[in-house]
Ligand binder design. Structure first.
Ligand SMILES: [Zn+2]
Length: 197
């Protein structure tokens, strides 16, 4: 992500505090690092529904939906198959870019910590925080079945992923027994609490 502009060969720089440092010549450049908040959830969790409320409630952050890069990646990838690790790494780059303007990023994305920890962009993010949007299986099934026909369903796979996230991510924010505004309010409070404990 950061390559030394002094060395004759492309040398990947390493993070040190809020600097990128060339391991060969010692050249440095600014590389501010901030936390990245991942609001994860299996399909049908309500990520898209809470998005506008998070945008309104977190004006000091940049809020994105990871799905926004799927179309460009389908065009960029051979045979239209999205390279998911590359797409996740692209979002880490976006978050690092936003950090240069002093803005933490909140990303709605069906990602796990294990998927992000192995990526090149991970070390340019200060901390990764996860919350999960969740609902009971019958609610999720009904939501997925109500989607337009062009959207993939794969309901069993989404239920299994939801169970994994429910067991491994804290906090869990329910989206079935409260309004989208109330679900978003939990996320907003979690982000603000984490940024200014
Ligand atoms: Zn160098």
């Amino acid at each position: 992500m950061h390559y030394c502009q002094r060395c004759d060969e492309p040398v990947a720089m390493a993070p040190r505090g809020d600097l990128a440092v060339c391991p060969d010549c010692g050249h440095t450049e600014p590389a501010r690092r901030l936390p990245l908040f991942i609001v994860t959830g299996a399909s049908g969790s309500g990520k898209t529904t809470v998005l506008p409320h998070l945008v309104r409630g977190l004006p000091e952050c940049l809020v994105f939906d990871a799905d926004w890069l799927i179309g460009p990646f389908e065009r960029a990838c051979e045979f239209g198959e999205v390279d998911w690790p590359a797409l996740r790494d692209a979002w880490l780059s976006v978050a690092h870019g936003a950090a240069q303007s002093g803005r933490p990023t909140v990303l709605l994305a069906p990602f796990t910590r294990e998927q992000l920890d192995v990526l090149a962009g991970r070390r340019w993010i200060r901390e990764l925080y996860f919350a999960v949007l969740d609902c009971p299986d019958d609610v999720r099934t009904a939501r997925l079945e109500a989607r337009p026909r062009w959207r993939e369903r794969a309901i069993d796979r989404h239920l299994a992923f939801a169970a994994h996230l429910r067991a491994t991510v804290d906090p869990v924010v329910r989206t079935d027994d409260v309004s989208p505004e109330q679900s978003a309010a939990h996320i907003i409070a979690w982000v603000n609490r984490t940024l200014s404990p």
